[in-house]
Design a protein around this ligand. Structure first.
Ligand code: ATP
Ligand code: MG
Length: 333
């Protein structure tokens, strides 16, 4: 069966962007034609400093978010990356396949490093090559991600192709980013030109999955917008990134389309639309955050589920790593 792989970093609390751009779509791919493997990518999280206690909590929070949103450990493989050492091992091999010039073209590295590229960790620079290992270790062909990860999934194809070419094998498959729906790039609520991120500076720029109703209402109320009301057609949202973002969020939460939202709210002002959007977000997120809280009250159970998932993940990953070692020429007894 074709396989799906994706992951989220435990680098902070989950956001609405993570939910709409990733988790909700992970759930949509579960139980269909694919075998689904979803990881909490803790090794990626430490590419920037993480307090160890917070890292452990955030790892459980991502796992709880997965399950509360509908991922079922009997239907999907759910685990944290560091428990399957093959990720690091294949990651090293890919560090030797990928070229420095390829990494230099990664826009996320430029964004995250900013003007400080000399001072960031070497891991942050090499991150896309570990991500390629995450995916290819399962011979996954489909990778549901947000728009911001498209370039990394494309790099994964380049790494697979170069490996196959250098070693004259047809071993690693071509991967495809799956980027669908109206919320593939949820924007920052205070700046419509930046994406919403877990690790963004201000809490007001994002909705967290664990925010309560008051907080969600307040954040949407304070969200940056323009003075104009909602237009009659989608065209009227051109060059209005903040307005477009709120319409996109509404449509994604409601499983509808931006066109349908505009049709319903044409002419509405923000004083009307923002509270409606907040109510919708609360209605959709509250049941999930309640279940997350419940799951997080029992960390031992979450750890057990992740360990169990890791065992299943190793069952797929280790034979693929072994074949890779044979291809490379590493001796083993
Ligand atoms: P960080 O700021 O630490 O990078 P993040 O919020 O970007 O955190 P990641 O763990 O990097 O989260 O990404 C996990 C998944 O969520 C990826 O598939 C990514 O594309 C998706 N994602 C992240 N932010 C958004 C967003 N604003 N809109 C849509 N998808 C998103
Ligand atoms: Mg990110």
């Amino acid at each position: 069966t074709p396989r799906v792989f994706s992951g989220i970093k435990p680098s902070g609390g989950l956001t609405l962007g993570n939910y709409l751009g990733a988790i909700k779509r992970f759930v949509g791919m579960q139980g269909g034609e694919f075998e689904t493997v979803y990881c909490v990518v803790d090794m990626h999280a430490i590419t920037v400093w993480q307090d160890p206690t917070e890292l452990a909590t955030a790892t459980r929070e991502v796992a709880a978010g997965y399950m509360a949103a509908g991922l079922d450990p009997t239907k999907s493989i759910l685990f944290n990356q560091s428990q399957v050492s093959a990720h690091a091992e294949l990651g090293w091999i890919f560090n030797c396949v990928a070229r420095v010039g390829w990494m230099n073209r990664m826009t996320q590295f430029k964004d995250k490093a900013g003007s400080n590229a000399e001072k960031v960790s070497l891991g942050l620079y090499a991150y896309p090559s570990l991500m390629a290992a995450d995916i290819l270790l399962y011979h996954a062909t489909h990778v549901p991600v947000g728009e911001d990860q498209k370039q990394h999934v494309e790099l994964t194809r380049d790494i697979a192709a170069k490996f196959n070419h250098d070693f004259k094998v047809d071993f690693f498959p071509e991967t495809e980013p799956v980027i669908e729906g109206p919320a593939t790039r949820v924007m920052n609520l205070r700046d419509g030109t930046k994406k919403m991120s877990k690790s963004g500076e201000s809490d007001m720029e994002r909705i967290n999955m664990l925010d309560d109703a008051d907080k969600i209402a307040k954040k949407f109320k304070k969200a940056k917008t323009d003075p104009e009301s909602l237009p009659e057609t989608l065209d009227g949202l051109k060059d209005r990134p903040e307005a477009r973002n709120l319409v996109d969020i509404y449509s994604a939460l409601n499983d509808s389309t931006p066109e349908a939202v505009i049709a319903e709210y044409a002419g509405a002002g923000w004083g009307q639309f923002k509270p409606t959007l907040a109510d919708l977000a609360v209605a959709k997120l509250a049941p999930i955050s309640e279940e997350m809280q419940r799951l997080m009250n029992d960390p031992t159970e979450i750890d057990r589920i992740l360990a169990n998932g890791a065992e299943k993940a190793r069952g797929i990953a280790n034979p693929i790593l072994k074949d890779t070692y044979d291809i490379v020429g590493f001796l083993r007894g």
